[in-house]
Design a binder for this molecule. Structure first.
Ligand code: FES
Length: 322
């Protein structure tokens, strides 16, 4: 099975606890409604949560992977968002039920002798789970954690009290933006180190560029899509659905998902921006034009899977496993 294959798990869950842990951030504990163990997960995983009536949002699991009874997430109130985070903050109550899918991992921790974790704001959530797993093991690691101000930085006291000076807090109002050059300059053996960064897009860009210039391996988690590849104008193409044998025309001004929807074929979607993996579909023939922010370069060249919410086709006909 492909690493990005959608999970089969559809989990009715209940909110077991809700608390404010920093300015504009609440932490939720979720449990299975039937009290059973939850699917196992690895650091970097996220779940899709349906909040309110139909808003689906992705949240990184930030708790203990060894605890099979509880999923822990932290939710930032986004004033520009689609209403999901406002619902969680203002209306969601302990005891309320939620539909959850997953967990899935697009940000998995690879084995390495040395890690550099860089987190910005709510981007601390997957990093907290990674640090719990790397924690007191033999790998060297450090965390540089930035945020608007100390009071906006979730888990800051816990991280410092448990891990001491491996954790550097860099609130922007005291230190300015994170000095990535300084963080990387401290590495004894840059080539043996792996950088994991999660946070706002400008931080990810800066870390990616700085690591690229020094030949350091870097993994970033985007909460916003990267820019779509520039190129020719979009063109229409034909889509063949292998399971039903139907052929559908995808016009230049419609996505594959929208063209399928118009033909009565529903593909599950969530972000519709190529960042969550919910719509991932196997490609049987033809050449997709990948426009997602998820697949790695190695995965792209295999052309055996795609995100039809944003990606198109380079060949005049694309055959999908639908
Ligand atoms: Fe999120 Fe397509 S719906 S990647």
């Amino acid at each position: 099975m492909h690493a990005h294959s959608p999970s089969e798990h559809d989990l009715p869950m209940v909110v077991a606890d809700k608390e404010t842990i920093a300015d504009g951030i609440v932490r939720l504990e979720l449990r299975a409604c039937d009290g059973h163990d939850l699917p196992s997960w690895t650091p970097g995983s996220h779940i899709d949560v349906t909040v309110g009536t139909d808003v689906i949002r992705q949240y990184s699991l930030c708790g203990d992977p060894g605890d099979r009874t509880t999923y822990e997430i932290a939710v930032l109130k986004e004033h520009q968002g689609r209403g999901g985070s406002a619902y969680v903050h203002d209306r969601l109550e302990v005891g309320e039920r939620l539909r959850v899918k997953g967990p899935r991992n697009h940000f998995a921790l690879v084995a390495a002798p040395s890690y550099v974790f860089i987190a910005g704001g709510i981007g601390i959530t997957p990093i907290r789970a990674m640090i719990r797993s790397v924690g007191f093991g033999s790998a060297r690691w450090s965390l540089t954690y930035g945020g608007r101000s100390r009071s906006s930085m979730a888990f800051r006291e816990e991280l410092v009290s448990v891990h001491g000076d491996r954790v550097r807090l860099r609130p922007q109002d005291e230190f300015g933006p994170i000095d990535i050059g300084e963080v990387l300059a401290e590495l004894d053996d840059p080539q043996a180190s792996v950088v994991y960064c999660c946070g706002p897009a400008p931080l990810l860009e800066a870390v990616t560029v700085a690591c690229g210039a020094r030949g350091i391996g870097v993994h970033v988690e985007r909460f916003m899509p990267s820019a779509a590849p520039k190129g020719s104008e979009d063109e229409a193409f034909e889509l063949e659905l292998a399971r039903s044998g139907r052929t559908i025309n995808v016009p230049a001004d419609r996505t594959i998902v929208a063209a399928l929807e118009a033909a009565g074929v529903t593909v599950p979607t969530s972000c519709e921006e190529g960042i969550c993996g919910t719509c991932e579909t196997a490609v049987l023939r033809g050449l997709p034009e990948h426009r997602d922010s998820l697949l790695t370069d190695e995965e792209r060249v295999l052309n055996d899977t795609m995100m039809p919410c944003v990606s198109r086709s380079r060949s005049s006909r694309l055959v999908l496993d639908l």
